[in-house]
Design a protein around this ligand. Structure first.
Ligand code: ADP
Length: 321
């Protein structure tokens, strides 16, 4: 049976302006450039799963079936977001189109000389997802559910409860980071966090934690309850924690860095695909999955853009090589 991944989360249309400097109150500035793109952590991770489980030369079938559940408005952005999923091989049939609502939008101002982003996020239809929408899940059930935190928290907590009742594996990428109630972590099989998210979920917001060696912090993270904890460390790679086992670290690939947007989302998608294609959860199998996700994320970093930078399966060696 072909494994099924379901991503439940956000879809946003990104409106990106690059400017020489940020305007002051009451001021209008002509931008250097403007572009639009499909985004939202949920959609990015669904696209990453789909691209990393199929060839760009035939998106109609892949080694994993990838579907997304979420909500857009009945505006033109909503149509663009649905098309963006389908064009990458994601089944978008469970994305609701909410009448009279606006689709989620991220207005992104990039200051050219510093590369610094300023983002105004309007969740729109993403926030119309209610706990009642997820007290059950339609058949066929997915083998894994991937979640982030860009939809209402009470809805995410309900999805966790339903997944636990139905014994479905869950991967949570807690972004934007916030602490969850303790019992929520018991429903999470795989917790994938970057360094700042790791600090926030453990309640230790010191900026200088060395996540490769701080065993006290590793214990705090593992004690939350997820079975597999992966900390992504940007240009320093990844570390993997699992109870009773020594920490494993993976150096980042040495690449020519162009744009790190969507690196974390690519990592999540690649890791999910790899663990779906090999259900062995031995240390060796987990290391292979992480190594492959590390390679996939490095490819994204070498290219400009968000979803468009995510590699296809045919651009990487097989995940179980
Ligand atoms: P996020 O995008 O969520 O902040 P990270 O910055 O930790 O996540 O990046 C996720 C993963 O992307 C890293 O663990 C690594 O695999 C890859 N990556 C990120 N930056 C680089 C880089 N400069 N060189 C090589 N790989 C990178």
């Amino acid at each position: 049976m072909t494994p099924r991944i379901e991503v439940i989360g956000s879809l946003n249309l990104d409106l990106v302006s690059t400017t020489a400097r940020v305007p002051q109150g009451g001021e209008t500035i002509i931008t250097q450039s403007f572009s639009t793109g499909c985004g939202g952590k949920g959609a990015n991770q669904a696209v990453a799963c789909a691209r990393l489980s199929r060839s760009q030369h035939d998106i109609s079938s892949g080694s994993v079936i990838v579907s997304m559940a979420g909500a857009v408005g009945d505006d033109s952005f909503g149509g663009d977001l649905l098309k963006g999923l389908r064009d990458n091989g994601v089944d978008a049939a469970s994305v609701l189109v909410r009448k009279g609502e606006k689709s989620g939008v991220a207005v992104i101002i990039v200051e050219e000389h510093s590369g610094e982003n300023r983002i105004l996020m309007s969740p729109g239809a993403n926030f119309s997802l209610k706990p009642a929408d997820f007290t059950d899940l339609p058949a066929p059930l997915p083998d894994i559910i991937i979640l982030q935190l860009e939809i209402p928290l009470d809805t995410t907590l309900q999805i966790l409860k339903t997944a636990q009742q139905k014994k479905i594996e869950v991967l949570l990428n807690p972004a934007p980071a916030q602490k969850l109630p303790n019992e929520a972590y018991l429903a999470i099989t795989h917790l994938v966090v970057n360094e700042s998210e790791a600090s926030i979920v453990t309640g230790n917001e010191a900026r200088d934690i060395d996540w490769t060696s701080n065993t006290a912090q590793h214990k705090t993270l593992l004690d939350l309850g997820a079975r597999h904890v992966i900390i992504t460390l940007g240009a320093r790679g990844v570390c993997y924690l699992s109870k009773g086992k020594p920490i494993r670290t993976f150096a980042a690939q040495k690449v020519n860095v162009k744009d790190t947007t969507a690196a974390g989302d690519t990592f999540v998608g690649a890791y999910a695909v790899a663990i779906m294609l090999n259900r062995d959860r031995s240390e060796t199998a987990m290391a292979k999955a992480i190594d492959w996700a590390n390679q996939a994320a490095a490819k994204t970093v070498e290219r400009p853009g968000a979803q468009s930078a995510i590699p296809w399966a045919n651009e990487l060696p097989p995940s179980n090589a």
